[in-house]
Design a protein around this ligand. Structure first.
Ligand code: ADP
Length: 488
């Protein structure tokens, strides 16, 4: 598969600066691995401050002309990029599975999702409006202009190697901003393939730049630059806090999409089939490696046993294997991203078991070896456990019983994170009360896969700042300018 991809022209393994494919200036490289078998797929440049500074200069220069194009012109090029991604979804999907491990079907799903932001924001590009305000002094006229923020630093994680980039870059480019992207070093190939297609789509050199390598050095160069006016990040809460603090030096605008700790709350009056299906899909998609994965499954006492049985049975039917394997099961689970991810899962499980939780299913590394892990269900979890307090980011489903709606709200909101939550109930009043009471940026009711390009994605509390997708997703990349015309 790697060989076929190499001949496709989409297998890029250099950085992109000012439209040129470039190695690290000192020639150093890092290896990219296939998590399913450990094979080295590519060597990519280990870049650092100097390359980043050059990428920033390119983006800064390109901003002058890109921001002056008509919105319709930018829109057409974004749409072309969308079409190219869609045309090449099989190849880029294979690239995602190769470097990230998720099942091919999920990879192609990610291309559809990732490309949808380019389509949506190609349309929104044409709908940036200003305002005219009634003056308080008769001979004045007051206007509000919306202008692109400028050069944007884009730092993204490995769990959605394409979508986390397009969700930021599409609105940025639509508004007239230019970008320096630093993808995760674990999954740079998808980013590079997407960047290649941006050039083919007629997005001018320097508008999209990609650097990778020494993440802290690249991050520091982006933060220190006065030419970069904004940083947008998806990743761990710890790194997000560092970037937010680092942005203070130049008072950059900051958008953050950080960790979640999603509660899924199943009430006695829920449809058990709907709840099981919803929690399974949310928990085991991408092997549990998403910021909106069900992390705490709160189940009301009257339905606890019934739900546990049905849920464990469904989890048992999950098939585990190489993402390129032909899954016969409805749900299919690939490897975790790396050894550290497996060790984190093991640590959380040990902690919970020591404190009295019971493993109902799985609980250990899969017999396939590498970083494959058994789909795991663990019951009688409580709020003292790491599984409750933090994101496990793996295929572990912790179940906790509760008695009343009030108790469920208390448990659900007992978290520093506030990204996504999900409620399963057939009581319409309760669903509305819960949606209002949950301290989360997104709430699903009887549906767990709620992300779409047309709705605002993002969190409150320590899950982040700003929203991605939807008409609101443009605001993060636009500055307001007040113009007063006086003495008329
Ligand atoms: P994850 O757990 O998803 O790997 P990280 O926050 O570690 O989350 O990584 C998300 C992105 O942040 C990656 O592109 C990573 O290389 C980058 N990153 C990690 N540390 C830093 C840093 N100190 N400065 C800038 N970027 C960083």
């Amino acid at each position: 598969i790697a060989a076929r991809l190499r001949s496709s022209g989409l297998f890029r393994s250099q950085g992109l600066i000012g439209g040129q494919w470039i190695d690290a200036y000192d020639g150093r490289t890092i290896k990219v691995h296939n998590p399913a078998n450990g094979e080295v797929i590519a060597n990519v440049p280990l870049m650092s401050k100097r390359e980043t500074d050059d990428a920033i200069t390119s983006a800064y220069d390109a901003f002058k002309s890109w921001s002056k194009l008509t919105a319709a012109d930018r829109s057409n090029r974004l749409r072309k990029w969308y079409q190219l991604l869609t045309t090449h979804k099989e190849q880029i999907g294979q690239l995602i599975t190769l470097e990230q491990g998720k099942p091919l079907k999920e990879s192609v799903g990610e291309i559809n999702y990732g490309a949808s932001f380019l389509e949506f924001f190609s349309e929104e590009a044409k709908r940036v409006y200003g305002d005219i305000i009634s003056p308080t002094i008769a001979d004045r006229r007051l206007f509000v202009l919306k202008q692109p923020v400028g050069v944007v630093g884009v730092i993204t994680p490995w769990n959605f190697p394409l979508a986390m980039i397009t969700r930021k870059v599409a609105p940025a480019l639509a508004c007239g901003c230019t970008v320096v992207i630093k993808p995760s070093e674990l999954t740079p190939l998808t980013a590079l393939a997407a960047a290649e297609l941006s050039l083919q789509a007629g997005i001018p050199p320097g508008v999209v730049n990609v650097v990778m390598g020494d993440a802290p050095a690249i991050g520091d160069a982006i933060l220190a630059s006065t030419q970069v006016r904004k940083i947008t990040f998806t990743g761990s809460t710890a790194v997000g806090k560092k970037l937010m603090a680092g942005a203070a030096g130049t008072v950059k605008r900051v958008s953050l999409e950080l960790g979640g700790n999603a509660p899924h709350i199943v009430f006695d009056d829920a449809d058990v089939d709907v709840a099981v299906k919803g929690v399974i899909a949310s928990k085991f998609r991408n092997s549990g490696q998403t910021c909106v994965s069900a992390n705490r499954i709160l189940v009301q006492q009257g339905i606890y046993e019934k739900f546990c049985n049905a849920f464990s049975k469904a989890a048992q039917d999950l098939q585990v294997g190489d993402g390129f394997g032909e899954g016969v099961a409805q749900f299919f689970q690939g490897p975790l991203i790396n050894e550290a991810a497996v060790q984190k899962v093991e640590k959380f499980l040990r902690d919970a078991i020591t404190k009295g939780a019971k493993v109902v299913l799985g609980g250990k590394r899969h017999s396939l070896g590498m970083t494959f892990f058994e789909p795991t269900v663990i019951a009688d979890v409580n709020s003292d456990m790491l599984l409750f307090r933090e994101e496990v980011f793996g295929p572990v489903a912790p179940l906790l019983p509760f008695r009343t709606e009030e108790e469920a709200i208390g448990l659900a909101n007992d978290a520093n994170a506030g990204l996504a939550a999900c409620v399963y109930t057939n009581n319409i009043q309760r669903s509305w009360r819960m949606a209002e009471a949950l301290e989360y940026g997104m709430v699903g009711v009887n549906e767990s896969l709620i992300a779409t390009e047309v709705a605002p994605f993002g969190g409150i509390k320590q899950s982040g700042l700003g929203r991605e997708g939807s008409k609101y997703g443009m605001d993060d990349y636009l500055e307001l300018k007040y113009v007063c015309l006086g003495n008329m």
